[in-house]
Design a protein around this ligand. Structure first.
Ligand SMILES: *Cc1c(COP(=O)(O)O)cnc(C)c1O
Length: 351
């Protein structure tokens, strides 16, 4: 506390990101980063942009990247907003679509940045309880006048909500905004982006941090009706004309256009996930049916906190949430085959 702090600073409850430890031989499976390098075409594009052009501001409208993203989803560039990581896009979305003093809905177990934004932007929250098996009942999100936000697949549960269920939520909220945070959707069945031309209340948010292996570049985007996109642009231009720098614009566009590399690495991660689930299940772990690049798992005979600590002592970092009812679960990012063999071999030695 300091006498110069405003009320907003005093009352902020900042997000605590996963530990970013750097030490040799550490197997980092705690922040859902991609184990493969970014597309070589993205690296090349970033290198080529590193030069005299950095004297100049980037284009504030980011048209070229927006067109590339639009092409990828069969949409128009008016349907696309780009920001400095999807966390920034989420923040602009809270400002643009959730009225101060209103009450929004999100799942009781979900991405822990949402409560941070709710607090920062002065909206109340009606947390929607999940079912015992952590699934979402779409009916519980019907008629939510303040608006709705949820990740699909949900984090940290890894569970995917089918497109039909999302459509039900959209149909039963014709006057309310529905934000679907698809950070992990490339590892799942299908994106709700295909519904954008049908529903003017749908905003889909994606990131290049997970499936495109560019967490360090900080690029995320939103897809929606042009009026929703215009609202986000108005927020961005009231805050920072250039949140996405030249290197990020160049790298992101090349990464989006390299669909072959993207498909190969994504499929490898899905295959490794399925192998990991099988091995862990044989060790007596209960693993939720993941459609993400991480799994959410517990063992009936081993406490989550102890397992987390044992793994950490063995130089394997996973994520543990010390809150009920998930304190016995571990969230484990899917790495390479070799990474997951190291994890499973170690678990075999202690289970
Ligand atoms: C990782 C993640 C994000 C944030 O991604 P950035 O683009 O790196 O800011 C947003 N939502 C969920 C659910 C995530 O897991």
């Amino acid at each position: 506390m300091n006498k110069f702090w405003t009320k907003a600073v005093k009352e902020a409850k900042p997000y605590i990101p996963g530990e970013q430890i750097n030490q040799p031989n550490l197997l980092k499976l705690n922040t859902n980063e991609n184990p493969y390098p970014p597309s070589p075409k993205a690296i090349k594009a970033i290198s080529e942009e590193t030069g005299d052009s950095l004297r100049l501001y980037p284009t504030p409208t980011m048209d070229s990247l927006r067109k590339a993203i639009a092409n990828n989803f069969d949409l128009k560039h008016e349907n696309v907003f780009v920001g400095n990581g999807s966390d920034e896009v989420l923040a602009f979305s809270f400002m643009a679509f959730f009225e101060r003093g209103s009450t929004i809905k999100y799942p009781s177990i979900t991405y822990s940045f949402y409560p941070v934004y709710a607090n920062l932007f002065n909206v109340s929250v009606d947390e929607v309880p999940l079912n015992k098996d952590f699934t979402i009942s779409p009916e519980k999100f019907f008629n939510a006048p303040g608006g709705i936000i949820f990740p699909n697949p949900n984090a940290p549960t890894s569970l995917y909500l089918k497109l039909e269920a999302i459509e039900l939520i959209l149909k039963n909220n014709p006057h309310n905004i529905v934000i679907v945070d698809e950070a992990y959707v490339d590892f799942a069945e299908t994106s709700a982006a295909s519904l954008i031309n049908q529903y003017d209340n749908l905003l889909v948010i994606q990131t290049l941090s997970k499936s495109r292996a560019l967490a360090g570049l900080r690029v995320g985007f939103a897809l929606g009706h042009p009026d929703l996109i215009e609202a986000l642009i108005r927020m961005k231009d009231s805050f920072n004309s250039y949140p996405v720098d030249r290197l990020a614009l160049a790298g992101a566009e090349a990464a989006i256009c390299d669909s072959q590399y993207f498909k190969e690495t994504t499929q490898k991660i899905i295959n490794t996930r399925e192998w990991t689930v099988k091995e862990m299940t044989e060790l007596g772990f209960e693993v939720l049916p993941s459609q993400a690049n991480f799994i959410f798992t517990k063992h009936s005979k081993h406490r989550g906190e102890k397992l987390y600590q044992q793994l950490k002592d063995a130089n394997i970092l996973v994520r543990h949430f010390n809150t009920e009812p998930i304190s016995d679960y571990l969230r484990i990012t899917i790495g390479t085959d070799a990474d997951m063999k190291r994890l499973v071999t170690y678990l075999k030695s202690i289970i």
